[in-house]
Design a protein. Structure first.
Length: 141
């Protein structure tokens, strides 16, 4: 498999290009990019589970809602995901069901590298071509 994500320069914020074979993998790789910004993501035991269910008007809104929900879960509940099982449906409303496995955040193992405030809608567009899906996300830090 090729790249999952790469970071790029953006004024006062951090941008990331995310790549995937399908839409669920795009959401998973976006989450991995987010948490690689926040912590080192090492020694995470998948001993806790968390479920996230979201709806949005379109797939881009769903992606931003997903990432912002993950930020909220991390900073509110100190939950650090290790794996993602994501199901996305695109109908009148786009919906997401995700089952996460991870552990309680331990600052002695994974210190916070970047305090990410939010994923933004700035220039957000999910594209599909013959090689799969890609998007660029700007995080407010």
């Amino acid at each position: 498999m090729g790249k999952e994500f790469e970071f790029f320069e953006h004024t006062a914020d951090i941008g990331v290009r995310v790549y995937a074979q399908n839409i669920e993998e795009l959401f998973e790789n976006s989450a991995k990019a987010l948490f690689s910004l926040i912590t080192e993501n090492k020694d995470i035991l998948p001993n806790l589970e968390r479920e996230i269910t979201l709806e949005a008007e379109n797939i881009e809104e769903l992606l931003v809602n997903w990432l912002n929900e993950l930020i909220s879960v991390f900073f509110t509940y100190k939950f650090l995901p290790r794996s993602y099982n994501i199901k996305i449906k695109e109908r009148d409303l786009c919906s997401l069901e995700a089952f996460l496995k991870g552990s309680d955040y331990n600052p002695y193992i994974n210190e916070v590298k970047t305090e990410v405030k939010a994923a933004t809608y700035h220039n957000l567009k999910i594209e599909k071509d013959s090689s799969g899906f890609k998007t660029e996300i700007i995080f407010d830090v």
